[in-house]
Design a protein around this ligand. Sequence first.
Ligand code: ADP
Length: 402
Amino acid sequence: MKILVINAGSSSLKYQLLDMDNESVIAKGNCDRIGIGGHIKHTTFDGKVVDTDCDFPTHTEAFEKLVEVLTTGDAAVVKSMDEISAVGHRVVHGGEQFGKTILADDAVIDAIDALSELAPVHNHPNALALRACKKVLAPGTPQVAVFDTAFHATMPEKAFMYGLPYECYEKYHVRKYGFHGTSHRFVSKALADAMGKDIKDLKIVSCHLGNGSSITAVEGGKSIDTTMGFTPLDGVIMGTRCGSVDASAVTFIQNKMGLSPNETSDYMNKKSGFLGVSGVSSDARDLGAAAADGNKRAKLALEMLRYEIKKYIGSYAAIMNGLDAVLFTGGIGENSDDLREDVCSNMEYLGIKLDKEANKGLHGKLAKISAPDSKVEVWVVPTNEELLIARDTKALVEGKEV
Ligand code: ADP
């Protein structure tokens, strides 16, 4: 069975076509500059490439081009779209309505669009992509929505509520939702499999660290708390996002700098984090290089992330009354030996002891990096959100529970 996975942004449409008989990638690519021009880069499993400028006024033209490169020309991988059994979409926000992967009919697409109020940058493009695919695909081709928030739907009320007046929750749905759920779900299950254990018996802290970062407490296979909140701004320091700050500091900055609400949001989402603290870059590799050259603020930004991760591992061990494993994933989590070593140092009290040699040079390889006598196992687990979306999509179209 062939499944197409779509990850749509406001001006881009990333895709992967997977053969689910062996879970291999047949082709992948990205249509970007939608609305401001257009460009497609398409690569097949056997190295054929299409890399060309196009005209993409909307997501529909981008999807039409994607169909064209998949089905015609040198880099075609299917004879017709009829070979593709279903399309799985990454959708960022499922609100309180969607706690599970679901078949996306018109009513669901409208509901996803209506949730744009909670996630304006993400949900509207997700709805646009769902509608664009529907226009172009053969009638009746199932489309499936896999939500970034869904894995966190199991958080208890005491974890997802803020100490604001209750009406904020009732009227405006202000609460913690959590994000990166597809990744946390994929890696925590992959970890349990690698450990040879049933996930129902495990207490895991899952650290997804990339441009956006979040940490999740996974108890018995369920998310019980996570660091991102109402939006993906909350939690640990990120590439350009500040992470948690005292809300009164925000109103103070707004007054001092004369910023509008949107400008304040930009300040915290796009100008803060690694970039804002270091003044160097939002990229962890650039910060590492600057810190090695003696840049104190770059070093500070990197230390802040390490410190915050340690704090969350400790607090999540407390709420789960124990800890069986910590996992690292995402661009930083999978690639930064230094970060993993720093986070896991001086954690003997919690039962964490790293094997420094095993921790070196993994670059996205699944590996156990704790010492044999460490009470808590520590692992690097490469994430693969597209594969999980494809697996969920296949299961749903086969009429199975996900
Ligand atoms: P996104 O959240 O956009 O998916 P990624 O998961 O790809 O991002 O992570 C990007 C981050 O990973 C960047 O900060 C980048 O510097 C970092 N990264 C990638 N490779 C390395 C490496 N070898 N060492 C340290 N950080 C790395």
